[in-house]
Design a binder for this molecule. Structure first.
Ligand SMILES: [Zn+2]
Length: 207
């Protein structure tokens, strides 16, 4: 995020990949339509449902937190379906549930009167220095830190990109048409927080 926060997302499939392979191997050994096949198929369905629950639970909590703490949220329109076609990235991205994350943020922004914006995927957010605007050229995905050749600023790849996304978002059209008109009031924020805690069945921390 643009404030430097990093979020460690659960990767439920990565964690249970051995179990997944075992389950699908067991399915492929059975005769289609047999009782044993049905049982194995069911086990896989349950396995997938569990992964989905883990992802959804995490994404709900994260999106609620982001919406509660920020008036304006800017995302980069990453080409998720295009990236999922790239076999290397495919499993990792699907495992994180990026598409669902965006949908959740969008819905909650609407509900709580936040300004939700999406900037084009063609902005050079990773390669531009957020301090001086110098474009350093394309970075391999493995490069996580870099130094600007122009001003010498040292960047964390993701944080630098997030700052550029936020700046680009300031110049873009607002998606839900509420840009600038609404301000977060303490009341809205408090309602938002208690609502989210109620949904998660936990008590809000005492302040
Ligand atoms: Zn620079």
């Amino acid at each position: 995020m643009s404030d430097g926060t990093k979020v460690d997302a659960p990767k439920p499939l990565k964690k249970r990949i051995k179990k997944y392979r075992k389950l699908s191997k067991s399915l492929s050994n059975k005769t289609r339509g047999s009782n044993r096949y049905e049982k194995a198929r069911l086990r896989i369905a349950k396995f997938h449902a569990k992964l989905k629950d883990t992802r959804t639970d995490f994404l709900h909590k994260l999106s609620t937190k982001i919406i509660c703490e920020n008036q304006t949220i800017v995302l980069e329109d990453l080409n998720v379906s295009g990236m999922v076609k790239n076999r290397k990235l495919s499993r990792a991205i699907s495992d994180l549930g990026w598409r669902q994350f965006r949908t959740l943020l969008e819905g909650k922004a609407e509900k709580y009167g936040r300004d939700f914006r999406v900037i084009s995927r063609w902005e050079a957010t990773s390669q531009t220095c957020s301090c001086c605007g110098f474009k350093g050229g394309k970075l391999e995905l493995s490069v996580r830190e870099w130094e600007c050749l122009n001003c010498g600023a040292k960047h964390d790849r993701d944080e630098n990109a997030a700052i550029n996304i936020l700046v680009a978002g300031g110049q873009s059209e607002t998606l839900n048409g509420r840009g600038g008109k609404r301000k977060t009031t303490a009341k809205v924020a408090a309602a938002c927080v208690s609502d989210s805690y109620a949904k998660q069945n936990v008590n809000p921390p005492r302040s």
